[in-house]
Design a protein around this ligand. Structure first.
Ligand SMILES: Nc1ncnc2c1ncn2[C@@H]1O[C@H](COP(=O)(O)OP(=O)(O)OP(=O)(O)O)[C@@H](O)[C@H]1O
Length: 312
């Protein structure tokens, strides 16, 4: 396996200046620890899911990969040509309501496939619709004429027009009904396998991560608290945060139910994160040591690590 995406010591701090913001409570400069010393790799054709509550740094990792932000320190690299596309949560905001779907698909081809003439682009557009299981008559329709699930397929088709190797899927199913979610997840699996795509999936939907991910990175307040093979992490979570996060999701299969440790309270501010283990202020098992040094990631099983003083 060869790594297509690799992050090492990846760190992004945002500086809040002046005394205008409500978070500053006065003058001076504060630092938002959005992403701190994060490392991972995604091999070609694989899916890494980054999971965690809102504010844990998932979108910041995605923006660093897309090159929309530059790291404060550390690196995030993509091998070969940097062909990465984003599939965002809200397909309505990603598309121009006044332009047809045909236009939305033609636009990226004009930029990324200069080798194609009008006829070549029309053929490629038909292929893109087929790839995403959309009918050819969609070409003349407007975003308002199709359902949310169909529109998300259009945004996937549009992303594919740029011939990417890597797709960043940022909450791709969050705006969709449960009934259309499964179809979209299946489509994403098929596209990955047929086109050899590599995915970075950002989600707070554990069921979607379970279906799509090969590997999982669990983030809490900018830190990676657990990572590894998806089945291993989901079936044998080692970090108290992962266990609580998974316990917050209803599980229909009683064999998969664990002792419930649901999350209580909110994620603390990333401006002044807790010392040591950042989860300690909400952790039911926290002991004095947890406020001291940041726990190192230790091996739980081959390819499965957790950063908790109590599992070390
Ligand atoms: N441009 C910015 N300036 C200041 N702080 C920021 C900025 N972008 C993100 N943050 C902060 O960085 C932290 C991580 O945010 P991020 O959006 O990456 O989290 P997330 O896990 O993706 O959450 P969500 O699911 O809500 O998008 C949060 O505390 C957020 O407020």
């Amino acid at each position: 396996m060869t790594a297509v995406v690799e992050a090492a010591g990846l760190t992004k701090h945002f500086t809040l200046r002046g005394h205008g913001g409500p978070r500053l409570r006065g003058r001076g400069t504060r630092t938002v620890h959005a992403v701190d010393d994060v490392g991972f790799r995604i091999d070609g054709g694989r899916t890494l899911a980054v999971i965690g509550e809102s504010g844990c740094g998932k979108s910041t990792v995605a923006k660093l990969l897309l090159g929309l932000l530059s790291p404060t320190s550390g690196t995030i690299t993509v091998t070969g040509e940097r062909r990465i596309q984003l599939v965002a949560q809200n397909p309505w905001s990603a598309l121009n309501r006044r332009k047809t779907i045909g236009h939305a698909l033609d636009q990226p081809l004009r930029i990324h496939r200069r080798d194609l003439d009008a006829r070549g682009r029309a053929a490629r557009i038909r292929q893109l619709l087929e790839l995403t299981s959309l009918p050819a008559e969609f070409l003349d329709r407007y975003p308002a004429d199709v359902s949310g699930g169909e529109l998300q397929r259009v945004t996937i088709a549009r992303a594919l027009a740029a011939e990417p190797r890597v797709l960043v899927l940022d909450e791709p199913t969050a705006s969709l009904d449960v009934s259309v979610k499964a179809g979209l997840v299946n489509l994403l699996c098929d596209l990955r396998d047929d086109l050899g795509l590599t995915y970075l999936l950002i989600t707070h939907e554990i069921d979607v991560a379970r279906l799509l991910a090969d590997e999982v990175l669990v983030m809490y307040l900018g830190h990676v608290v657990e990572s590894g093979d998806a089945d291993e992490v989901f079936d044998r979570p080692a970090h108290p945060y992962t266990r609580s996060l998974l316990d917050s999701v209803p599980v229909p299969d009683p064999r998969r139910r664990r002792t419930l440790l649901p999350l209580t309270g909110d994620v603390p501010s990333a401006v002044d994160p807790p010392s040591g283990c950042r989860f300690r202020t909400r952790c039911p098992h926290a002991v004095e040591k947890c406020a001291g040094a940041r726990p190192d990631a230790v091996d739980i099983a081959p390819g499965h690590t957790a950063a908790c003083h109590l599992t070390a």
